[in-house]
Ligand binder design. Structure first.
Ligand code: PBG
Length: 324
């Protein structure tokens, strides 16, 4: 016979020592990936209004930031670039001396042990703000692949440890793998933004990265938030094409998708705690409506509990400090 009064789950909650002993999920600094926005120019440190604490940094200001990240024990950064000029094709994305390529070299020179992951996408570099080649108001799939693959190759050549395509074109993981392999980068892993939804939670990021689409939206390439089975299909295809790691994005409103991804696939799983998720907490905390530290730890622990192994988060530095 079980049940009360023999069964008393509260016995194991009585003290912090007991709770710690039976805790199922542990958030660690080693799980975290910190996004960084590198901008062309010198001595630039532009605050992003909707992301308090996050800046667009020129390389000279990026390095002290990276030093702090390394000092806190965060193992990886995710780089986004803001180029001096944009054009129709987004050619700044694969320029050998583009802003991200220079940043990778500068970081790897000073901090060789830090993992540098690069976001591979065209939207920060195209005048229209879309993630691929545009013709007659449509985002074309196949013609975009060569440019996306070139971008990934240029990141690998500059020294990126992992390339992370976020454009959601079909076939881009294969195109990148083939391009990398053909140039001898057989050891560079691909972290695929595999299940990436067309989400309003990216709003603050587009301000940070200057990448808002100039017409229309991204719903013809990013996923419909209503779909979960389709996420499994997307992930399956990316793994077949050669993805080494997969991502679900956003995280908080998609914990079910994270869980499904964890249960169905065996490769490392990353969740992106996106800009809007950060902005919501920051705004509420600034009003005194939420305890920021408690809420952030609860959210990130929930993302891990759902099944993510790593979390990309703008809170990474704060969390590293809190967990010290
Ligand atoms: C680029 C990209 C976006 C994000 C990461 N890579 C924006 C988008 O798809 O519009 C969003 C990240 C965030 O909101 O924190 N394609």
């Amino acid at each position: 016979m079980t049940g009360f009064p023999v069964d008393r789950p509260r016995r194991l909650r009585r003290t912090e020592a007991l709770r710690r002993l039976v805790r199922e999920t542990e958030l660690k600094t080693g799980d975290l990936i910190y996004p960084l926005f590198v901008i062309h120019g010198h001595n630039v440190k532009n605050p992003v209004p909707s992301l308090p604490g996050i800046y667009q940094l020129s390389i000279d200001n990026l390095l002290p930031e990276v030093e702090e990240v390394v000092g806190l024990g965060i193992p990886a950064v995710l780089l986004f670039g803001l180029p001096a000029e944009k054009d129709e094709l987004g050619s700044g994305a694969w320029s050998p001396d583009g802003v991200v390529q220079q940043a990778i070299k500068a970081i790897k020179k000073e901090f060789p042990e830090l993992l540098v992951i690069t976001d591979v996408c065209l939207c920060e570099y195209t005048s229209h703000g879309h993630c691929g080649v545009v013709s007659d108001g449509r985002v074309l799939n196949d013609p975009s692949l060569e440019f996306i693959a070139r971008t990934a190759l240029s990141h690998a050549e500059a020294g990126a440890d992992i390339v992370a395509p976020s454009d959601m074109m079909d076939g881009r993981v294969r195109a990148i793998r083939e391009k990398l392999d053909a140039h001898g980068f057989t050891e560079t892993p691909i972290l695929a933004y595999a299940a990436k939804y067309a989400s309003a939670f990216y709003g603050p990021f587009r301000e940070a990265a200057g990448s808002a689409p100039q017409f229309g939206d991204r719903r013809s390439y990013q996923m419909d938030p209503a779909n979960a089975r389709e996420a499994l299909r997307e992930i399956e295809l990316d793994i077949e094409e050669g993805a080494d790691m997969i991502m679900v994005k956003p995280a908080l409103a998609y914990l079910d998708v994270i869980r499904l991804a964890r249960e169905n696939f065996n490769c490392p799983l990353v969740a992106y705690n996106v800009s809007g998720e950060y902005a919501m907490v920051k705004a509420a905390a600034a009003n005194g409506w939420l305890d920021e530290r408690q809420v952030v730890l609860e959210i990130l622990t929930a993302i891990k509990r759902a099944g993510a192994g790593n979390i990309i988060t703008y809170f990474a530095k704060d969390v590293a400090r809190w967990l010290k």
